[in-house]
Design a binder for this molecule. Sequence first.
Ligand SMILES: [Zn+2]
Length: 444
Amino acid sequence: MPHSSTHLWWGGAIGALLLLAGFQPEGPSPVAPDPGLDSIYAAYPIEPVDIRNVRMEDDFWLPIIERVQEKTIKYAIAKCEQEGRMENFLIAGGVRQGKVRGDMPFDDTDLYKIIEGASNSLISAPNETLEALTDSLIAIIAIGQEADGYLTTWRTIDPASPPAPWVEVKEGKRWEGLAMSHELYNAGHLYEAAYTHYRATGKRSFLDIALKNADLMVATFGNGKAQIHAVPGHQIIETGLLKLYELTGKKAYLQLARYFLDHRGKPAHHALFGSYSQDHLPVVDQREVTGHAVRAVYMYAAMTDIGVLMQDEPYQRAVRALWENMVSKKIYITGGIGARHEGEAFGEDFELPNLTAYNETCAAIGSVYWNHRLHRQSGEVAYLDVLERTLYNGLIAGLSLDGTKFFYPNALESDGVYTFNRGACTRQDWFDCSCCPTNLTWAK
Ligand SMILES: [Zn+2]
């Protein structure tokens, strides 16, 4: 990386934000896992290859990976800066004045996913400039965290003014609209990213933010008298908690992940969100993939982890049946899933239109993660077939060859009239909801 690029990366607002953060570089400080820990990775019979031992020399994947490392990550950071993603953490922390910027209650996660993508990149291709940049982003995120660990900037800034009208506000309190507030989704991406950052760098800076937040979740949610009996509207906190459990050995994280799964679809526990959020039946009784496809595959991945880690047969049975249903009736030839624009959801059996296919890029990413787990559990090649088909056809299609334009939905056909990609027939340079572009940096 030439020196001038360093200045470019550190220049402008990020440099100023860093000074505000009182940022200090931090050295490695490993977490000591409980020696008796039943780790999620050890529990899977098949261990993934350590990517530090992989040397890519091909002319298909290597250019894509390099493009993400050299272009897409930087591009996404610039877009996040432009759209106020960093500023929200500073406003939440009181070091800047202003109203929340952006349109989504989960805009915070864009930074988390970029850090996760950058961290993955650092594992395979060490880069001091990129590592320093992630340090600076983490210092900014720390400013937005409340003293007790809470971290969702729009609610800290002004709980009565959510960025999107569909977020429920009653008394302007935390956790009151979990169906759509994305407070637990934000936490999940935070944990996933902090885990990867720690694995990549050995630094605790991001992990400590995540652990403080996770400890708040453990104190807040559960069946205790003083606790809130609830589950997330949008899953991902479950796998995130399991990864923190992997690192720390703290059983409470494992138990809370299982709690969030065990109590879905139980009307005596909470007012159900319905099939859109896979909250219509207990998870062990679900046999049909349904509802919002990204939520679904993130949940099935977590169920797979629990099934393996806790040797839980009802979980394993449900996951196998859900997979069979998906791959035999609700998947495109590209591996794309979630046929409907309405609700970003799975359709009925064999409802797989080409022109109006939704196939969100994030859903393809989630399917890859789920299928990877299933292969590691069983060694069955069928799971890798779905993974590979999705990776080549349903996932990387979301990113242009120059690394800076994106599909959110991935149609199989275009007539040049139907604007399937959130108002466009072609890839766009960003979206008001930018989950897919930042997820692509994470996925690579
Ligand atoms: Zn997305």
